[in-house]
Ligand binder design. Structure first.
Ligand code: GUN
Length: 294
């Protein structure tokens, strides 16, 4: 079976277009635009690209975008004070500090300092806890984007064996909670997993989020499986590849995400969605879309 492509780029564009229309309607009603502050510390080249894309998407959607680029040697206290100022800024609905932060700064302290209501990354323990209890509010953007893609393609995960490879707080763990909320049977595999291939072979849906180029062999994929590749790895040749061997996996899967152009654009679209939802909540806009249903 040759897989159908889950075109994240196209789905993300339709999500962003919908957000732009909602923002235009808010503006027409005399409200301010949703505001997102994106903070970057240091100059990691990969982070700089992500941050640039996030800021561009914000502006394209008609949001108020605030950029804070701080030097690598910024004191932790200075960053925490900036976050506190943004917490109190009435024009700002979402605060994102791009991770990783330099080693002398505690990412945990940074995340904990962001107001829960402005945590558009969905990394705060309260937002993750709400997701764990099936009462999602601000949801981590990458797993939220994966669910949006699946819904867009009409893929019903109820009862599926879902295998997630990678146990990060940003992707693997919230991905498990999202799939569980939709009644998939979930397993997370990680570096201590004994027989990764055996788990992957039984996956009806596979989410690979480990950051190791083509670690998942195409011939491990079950016929008809849905393959979601969150990986983004640059080979020495400069080529970008995912965590799954695309050429062989796409001969067996029913659906597969490309790299690039799959999950990546969805992460940014859902950041916009979270910022919109946060603004709607703050401004008292009543809308069914504010429930954040995938
Ligand atoms: N670094 C890699 N992915 C992310 C993300 O989704 N949010 C933030 N803040 N940093 C990241």
């Amino acid at each position: 079976m040759a897989a159908r492509i889950l075109d994240g780029k196209a789905i993300a564009k339709s999500v962003r277009d919908g957000i732009r229309v909602k923002i235009e309607a808010m503006r027409a009603d005399g409200m301010r635009a949703p505001g997102l502050a994106v903070v970057m510390v240091g100059s990691d080249p990969a982070s700089a690209i992500y941050v640039r894309n996030k800021r561009a998407a914000c502006q394209e959607a008609g949001m108020h975008s605030v950029a804070h680029d701080l030097p690598e040697d910024t004191h932790e206290m200075e960053l925490l004070r900036l976050i506190e100022a943004l917490n109190g800024d009435t024009e700002i609905d979402g605060i994102l500090v791009q991770l990783p932060v330099p080693k002398h700064i505690s990412a945990e302290k940074v995340i904990r300092t962001i107001a829960v209501a402005k945590d558009v990354d969905g990394f705060q323990p309260e937002n993750l806890g709400l997701l764990a209890q099936r009462r999602p509010r601000l949801r981590p953007c990458t797993p939220y984007g994966v669910m949006k893609m699946l819904a867009h393609a009409g893929i019903e995960v109820r009862g599926m064996d879902a295998i997630i490879v990678g146990q990060s707080n940003i992707v693997g763990r919230p991905m498990m909670l999202e799939l569980l909320m939709q009644a998939a049977t979930t397993t997370i595999c990680h570096s201590a997993t004994r027989d990764l291939a055996a788990h992957v072979r039984r996956a009806d849906i596979l989410v690979a989020a480990i950051g190791k180029a083509e670690l998942i062999r195409g011939d491990w994929i079950k016929d008809g499986a849905v393959v979601i590749d969150v990986g983004m790895n640059r080979l020495p040749s400069g080529k970008l590849v995912g965590d799954v061997e695309f050429a062989t996996a796409s001969q067996r899967a029913s659906w597969i995400t490309p790299v690039p152009g799959g999950v990546g654009p969805m992460t940014i679209a859902m950041l916009m969605q979270n910022t919109l939802e946060s603004a709607q909540r703050r401004l008292g806009v009543v809308t069914s879309a504010a429930s954040g249903a995938a």
